[in-house]
Design a protein around this ligand. Sequence first.
Ligand SMILES: C[S@@+](CC[C@H](N)C(=O)[O-])C[C@H]1O[C@@H](n2cnc3c(N)ncnc32)[C@H](O)[C@@H]1O
Length: 262
Amino acid sequence: MKTPIKVAETWDLAYQVRDIPWHSEHPPRELMRVLKEGGFKSFTVGVPPRRDVRPTKNVGLPRRRRARPQKLKVLDVGCGLGSSTITLAKAGFDVIGIDISKTAIEEARHRLREIGIKHDYNQLLNPRSALRTVQTSFRTPKSAIRTGRIRFEVRDVFDLRPYYDKFDLVIDLGCLHCFDGKWRKAYLKEIHRVLKSDGLYWVMTFGRKAPDYGPYRYSQKEMRELTSPLFKTLFIRNADWSRLYQRRPSEIKSVSCLMKKM
Ligand SMILES: C[S@@+](CC[C@H](N)C(=O)[O-])C[C@H]1O[C@@H](n2cnc3c(N)ncnc32)[C@H](O)[C@@H]1O
């Protein structure tokens, strides 16, 4: 299954003429909340071990692995101009942002250069390639979390074959809710395939109380029903689409759902 060329062109045109009301320079507040709550659990990597806690001898992971936690891989599907992708890289994740719009991806790469993050053109998923860790040019205190690697690619979410079994976490901010009927199901299957076992899928869609324009809207029940054959819900809650630094709640009421691959 592949997105028809006309549909892909329509998305690209939206970015060319900048008719992109969904875009903001800042990530959604709900993403920051999930990160802060540790909703991605073991995926909050790169955090220096606490000095005041001495690891118990012979219990758990060897010390070496505790001290240098593995960088885990995140896929941001339908990433647009990459505000959330960049936020996750800054939080220490290795992230790939994909979008069907070439214009969006070119601009997302350009934004990386502007804010001083080098775009990692290497094969982020190939363990043998000589990888450079992308660093911000900002001076960060030693204790700060090291910026993860980041990469943007033009790609159709309905054909993610090179990515099968590669990701620990998929984030989806407004991608699922663009699709109807059989596309929705094919999409979820593809997300399921790119996740490693026990991988997490976090999605935010328009909720039933959001204005009735554009994307499909979901109640919590509908979201559970749609995703339950493939994913186990870890939490589901109402949120809104307000952005970091935005004072007022957004009129776009949404559903935020974190799931685990079954
Ligand atoms: C509502 S926008 C959300 C963009 C971004 N996540 C954000 O929060 O700004 C939906 C995005 O999904 C992308 N998209 C739609 N269909 C796609 C497909 N088949 N493959 C990859 N991306 C797709 C669009 O180009 C668009 O950037």
